[in-house]
Design a binder for this molecule. Structure first.
Ligand code: ZN
Length: 309
C-alpha cells in the first residue's frame, strides 16, 4: 500500500565529491568547475563540491581550493565540502567565504570505520565533536553522515539503536543534519521504512534526517520510496550514478540524481530541478569521462507522454 508522500523534497548533489573522488583518473580542474557550474543551474539547491582530504591519499580531489575559488554558483545554492578531520577543517577555513556547509562522516560499524579512517568509532566521534564545534563557531551548518547505517560488509547487520546513539552524539555536538549512508548497498525497502520511522521518533523533529542510498544491488530507488513513505524528505544522490564505494570492484555508485528526480516528479513530489538541464550536465559528464554512465534516464530520455501516446 502506498502511504502519503511529501509534497516536496530537498536533494543534495554529491557527484562532484563522491563521484569525482572514485574515478580512477583525475578529472581536470577546469572540467570540474564547468560541470559544477552546470549543476548549479539545474535548480539543485545543495551541492557537495569537494573534500579537504590529504592529497596523497585522494589525489582526485587535490584541487579542492581551486575548485572552490573558480566555481560560480547562484546565491540560493548551498555549497558544502567534506571535512575528514580538524586538519581538513583548518585547510578549508582559508576559503571560508566560498562555502556555507560542511559534511563530516564516520561508520556505524567498528570494522568499517577502522578500514576507512583507521580509528575506533569512539575516537572518530571525539574528533568529530571537535570539528563540529569549531565549524559551528565559524557559522557553518554541519551535516554528519553515518556510513554503513544499514549494514556492514565486514560485520553484517548493524543495530538501529547503535546508529541512533551515534546520531544523538553528533546532534548534541551541533550537527543540524544527519545523513544515513547505505555505503555498500545492503539496505532493503522494508528495513529503510522501519528505520526512518524509528529515527524520527527517537531523534525528534529538530534535526534534518537525510537518506544516502547506493544502487549497488539495484535497490536504491525502492529504498527512496520506502524512506519517503516513512516521512524522509531529504536525499543525497550523484549525477550520472557516479561514485559510491569502490569495493567490491564494478559496483555501481550512488543513486543517480536524474533517475531520482524523474521518479519523484512523476509521482508528484516536487524537487525544484529542471530535468532537461540536469540531463545536459550528465551528458557533459559522460563526454568528460568518455564512457557510458549508469544513469537510466540519460539512456532512455525523460518520460515523454506526447511521444508515447
Ligand atoms: Zn555515496
Amino acid at each position: 500500500m502506498i502511504g502519503r508522500l511529501p509534497e516536496a523534497v530537498r536533494i543534495r548533489e554529491v557527484g562532484p565529491r563522491d563521484g569525482f573522488q572514485n574515478e580512477p583518473e583525475v578529472i581536470p580542474t577546469d572540467q570540474k568547475v564547468r560541470l559544477i557550474n552546470l549543476l548549479a543551474r539545474t535548480g539543485l539547491r545543495r551541492l557537495e563540491v569537494t573534500s579537504f582530504v590529504r592529497p596523497d591519499v585522494i589525489p582526485q580531489l587535490a584541487d579542492a581550493a581551486q575548485v572552490l575559488r573558480y566555481i560560480v554558483v547562484p546565491p540560493e545554492v548551498d555549497v558544502s565540502v567534506l571535512i575528514p578531520n580538524e586538519r581538513g577543517l583548518d585547510n578549508a577555513l582559508h576559503l571560508r567565504e566560498h562555502f556555507n556547509e560542511i559534511n563530516c562522516f564516520l561508520s556505524a560499524s567498528e570494522t568499517h570505520n577502522l578500514h576507512n579512517v583507521n580509528r575506533s568509532v569512539e575516537d572518530s566521534l571525539v574528533g568529530l565533536e571537535h570539528v563540529i564545534g569549531r565549524a559551528r563557531t565559524e557559522g557553518l551548518r554541519v551535516e554528519a553522515v553515518i556510513s554503513t547505517a544499514f549494514g556492514c560488509p565486514y560485520e553484517g547487520a548493524v543495530a538501529v539503536e547503535r546508529v541512533l546513539a551515534i546520531a544523538r552524539r553528533l546532534i548534541e555536538a551541533g550537527a543540524a543534519e544527519i545523513g544515513f549512508g547505505d555505503t555498500t548497498g545492503m539496505a532493503n525497502p522494508v528495513q529503510v521504512g522501519g528505520f526512518f520511522q524509528v529515527a524520527r521518533e527517537t531523534l525528534g523533529s529538530g534535526v534534518e534526517l537525510t537518506a544516502h542510498f547506493h544502487n549497488t544491488r539495484g535497490q536504491g530507488l525502492a529504498n527512496v520510496l520506502a524512506a519517503l513513505q516513512a516521512g524522509c524528505t531529504s536525499f543525497e544522490s550523484s549525477f550520472g550514478e557516479l561514485g559510491g564505494c569502490p569495493v567490491p570492484p564494478g559496483a555501481t555508485g550512488n543513486i543517480a540524481t536524474e533517475d531520482l528526480v524523474s521518479m519523484l516528479e512523476e509521482m508528484g513530489v516536487r524537487t525544484g530541478v529542471n530535468l532537461t538541464f540536469l540531463l545536459d550536465a550528465v551528458a557533459a559528464m559522460r563526454g568528460v569521462l568518455g564512457r557510458q554512465l549508469g544513469s537510466h534516464t540519460l539512456t532512455a530520455g525523460p518520460v515523454d507522454w506526447h511521444r508515447t501516446r
